[in-house]
Design a protein around this ligand. Structure first.
Ligand SMILES: C[S@@+](CC[C@H](N)C(=O)[O-])C[C@H]1O[C@@H](n2cnc3c(N)ncnc32)[C@H](O)[C@@H]1O
Length: 241
């Protein structure tokens, strides 16, 4: 599984929304911008402003990749729950598919607010609610359940997206705008091989290979008939400190 390819695919799903929200947050005028949980740099490498954004991640291996993909970024290994930065130093602090993975999302949101200057912006660009996932036709519903269980077993807070605005509110971040990402045609239909690489990695050791293969055939057939729906409601929140 090439995680950078996966992150680039996910970054594609949120590109239009990201451009809109970064514009609302005044990215072009921002001097200091931080991505918390930057992974391999899929989002950092797509930023045009500022010239040297900051990125932080817990995973040293991901940061090695990020150094390659976003050579202009200033990268630090650290924990979202205790950010190694002084108070009030960033104009914009954002994350993308992060909060569902942290042990205490409220503490992470509080930390993002702490390092952001007064009147600066905190932005959670994409947090899913897997408990509301829709799979059609119904014969593929079990696939969604397996995958959600696997994410839960990997430590994800699978319904965090549904509580994102509430988490900002409890962290003292004033919501400017929140909503759900509109998944485009390409998110639902495109990248099937990539999607199946993720599903196979998620389900390996949990579900018999024959069962996974059966689901894959049902998925391919449903797509060929134009009947496949795979929808995971995914939320964003733009807030002001
Ligand atoms: C799904 S990846 C998303 C990476 C990147 N934001 C993107 O969208 O391409 C989640 C990232 O969060 C990082 N992460 C998880 N818990 C963290 C924590 N407590 N502090 C910092 N990073 C964390 C992981 O190491 C991983 O790189």
């Amino acid at each position: 599984m090439n995680w950078h390819d996966r992150y680039v695919q996910q970054a594609g799903w949120t590109r239009d929304l990201r451009n809109y929200l970064f514009n609302q947050a005044g990215l072009k005028e921002a001097q200091r911008v931080l991505e918390v949980g930057c992974g391999t740099g899929a989002i950092l490498s797509d930023l045009t402003f500022p010239a040297a954004p900051h990125g932080l991640d817990l995973d040293a291996g991901a940061l090695v990749d990020a150094r390659r993909h976003a050579p202009g970024a200033i990268l630090v290994r650290g924990d979202a729950l205790a950010l190694p930065y002084a108070d009030f130093i960033f104009d914009i602090t954002y994350c993308h598919f992060l909060l569902l993975w942290v042990r205490d999302p409220l503490q992470a949101a509080r930390e993002m607010a702490r390092v952001t200057r007064p009147q600066g912006f905190v932005l959670a660009l994409a947090e899913p609610d897997h408990t509301a996932r829709v799979d059609k036709p119904d014969s593929l519903a079990q696939l969604g359940k397996w995958q959600t269980e696997s994410l839960r077993a990997q430590g994800a807070d699978v319904s965090l997206g549904a509580r994102l605005a509430q988490t900002f509110d409890r962290a003292g971040i004033e919501i400017v705008e929140t909503g759900a990402i509109r998944q485009g045609h390409e998110a639902a239909i495109g990248g099937q091989e990539q999607e199946w690489a993720v599903i196979t990695a998620d389900l390996r050791g949990r579900v018999a290979e024959g069962e996974i293969h059966k689901m894959k055939l049902l998925d391919i057939e449903a797509r060929a008939r134009g009947e496949r729906v795979l929808h995971v409601p995914t939320y964003f929140a733009l807030g002001r400190v």
